[in-house]
Design a protein around this ligand. Structure first.
Ligand code: SF4
Length: 447
């Protein structure tokens, strides 16, 4: 008799934290003999299936519910799967992740064709519930086991779940709950398993990675965690994402500076720089202290690449506030920068404020900041010409090997295009001499 677990496909939306959750589910499914269908297989063009053929038995959509655009994308994916289900291409449709965590009741009413919505901030519990629904037993002994969906030489390492920070615009604590550090031994077990599979770069993620240890070790102890991870054979790069400026543990600068396995790179979203807006956003830090912290990072860690994220169009943001932010990024020259437009998220404190800035104006402010960053990035790239940089190869694309320097996280930062003058291998490091640059990317040849 055919059972629910014959073949399963997971569609992962949103952030790298969601990706890690899906990778845990994939490992459990694989060890239980469930056939895993990867993304490309339901596209007739790829799989040579006719458009009306069965895709798989069960589709699991791991959704994102962070901001308006992400919610729309998740709902569109659910409706696409419902259509496939109505056409008999899939039998079971499960929905998990943040959108399901946040709007389970509404979704059950609005899109009843979905067989099951999983809503729990306890991601571990969600994994167990999904497996149970598939008639698969959760295997404890698989703790830390994942099936990577990233290229096999780098992996995201989620070190905590949830967040204790009170940022007024953010719905993440509503969906992911309060901060919970993953125990040190579980993180090390997972990292060792990843290293044994050939992972060289660990990308540390969480909502606020600098808060790690507050609940389990009684203090912010991310430095200790990073030092322990750097002792693992095979790991060559450790990259730190999602640090929080308020309460930033300065000791961290020592481990970034002195430990050769730690990328001299830090992702530290500041969101804004105007004291008026920072106060309304409840970021717990002032302009003066943000500047002091960023300058300290540059002083203490020579050559550090600083990435930040900004939010524009926040309800209280005046033209003057915005220009203050624009002037600041011109002055400070971040190495890498992303900009989001404010999304009015119900249940957040900021949702009580009138969202009075028209969407067009939000987009315009976002564009102005990104255009400024384009010029800044081009000027920073110019300096790399004739230099030899250490690059990890991520993939091969047309006439180039594509890689990244220590200054670049996957998918969000810049890349290096390397001429195919000799054979290089993905997942390996090479010294590359840069001969040209564009606004964001560099061009080089292997030395
Ligand atoms: S630090 Fe602030 S913006 Fe980031 S997840 Fe926590 S509450 Fe949200």
């Amino acid at each position: 008799m055919k059972s629910k677990r014959d073949s399963v496909k997971i569609i992962t939306l949103g952030c790298s934290k969601n990706l890690v959750d899906s990778e845990f589910i994939l490992a459990q499914l694989d060890w239980n003999g469930v056939e895993i269908i990867t993304d490309s297989s339901d596209d007739p063009e790829y799989s040579g299936q006719s458009a009306d053929e069965k895709i798989c038995d069960t589709v699991i959509i791991n959704t994102c519910g962070f901001i308006e655009s992400a919610k729309k994308e998740s709902i569109a994916e659910i409706l696409k799967a419902v259509k496939n289900k109505n056409e008999g291409k899939i039998k079971n449709l499960f929905v998990a992740g943040c959108l399901s965590d946040r709007y389970k009741k509404e979704l059950e009413k609005d899109i009843p064709e979905v067989d099951k919505y999983f809503g729990a901030t306890d991601k571990h519990q969600t994994v167990i519930s999904i497996l149970k629904e598939l008639g698969v037993n959760y295997k404890k002994e698989l703790l830390g086991e994942r099936i990577l969906t990233t290229p096999s030489h780098f992996a995201y390492l989620k070190i905590s779940e949830g967040c204790n920070n009170p940022c007024s615009f953010c719905a993440i604590p509503i969906m992911r709950g309060i901060h919970k550090s993953k125990p040190l031994k579980d993180i090390l077990t997972e990292a060792q398993k990843l290293a044994s599979k050939g992972v060289k770069e660990l990308i540390l993620i969480g909502q606020d990675t600098t808060y790690w240890g507050m609940d389990t070790e009684g203090k912010r102890n991310i430095s200790k965690l990073i030092s322990k991870l750097s002792e693992i054979n095979g790991i060559e790069w450790i990259r730190l994402m999602y640090t929080y400026p308020s309460g930033f543990p300065l000791k961290l600068t020592n481990v970034i500076r002195d430990n050769e396995k730690v990328c001299k790179y830090i992702d530290i979203p500041i969101q804004h720089i105007s004291d008026r807006v920072l106060k309304s956003m409840r970021r717990g830090i002032t302009k003066k202290n943000i500047i002091k912290l960023l300058n300290t990072l540059r002083e203490k860690v020579p050559g550090i690449a600083i990435r930040t994220t900004l939010l524009t169009g926040y309800p209280d943001e005046t033209e003057k506030d915005f220009n203050e932010l624009l002037d600041f990024i011109k002055e400070f020259s971040f190495d890498r920068l992303g900009v989001f437009t404010y999304s009015n998220e119900e249940g957040t404190l900021a949702a009580k404020l009138k969202d009075k800035i028209p969407f067009k104006e939000k987009l315009l402010r976002q564009k102005i900041l990104l255009d400024e960053q384009r010029d800044i990035s081009a000027n920073l790239n110019k300096v790399s010409v004739k230099k030899v940089l250490k690059v990890i190869i991520d993939r091969i694309e047309n006439d180039y090997y594509i890689g990244r320097t220590y200054k670049d996280a996957p998918e969000i930062d810049n890349e290096v295009y390397i001429d195919k003058v000799k054979r290089l291998k993905t997942g390996k490091f090479y010294d590359v001499r840069i001969y040209d640059y564009e606004d964001f990317d560099l061009f080089g040849r292997p030395v």
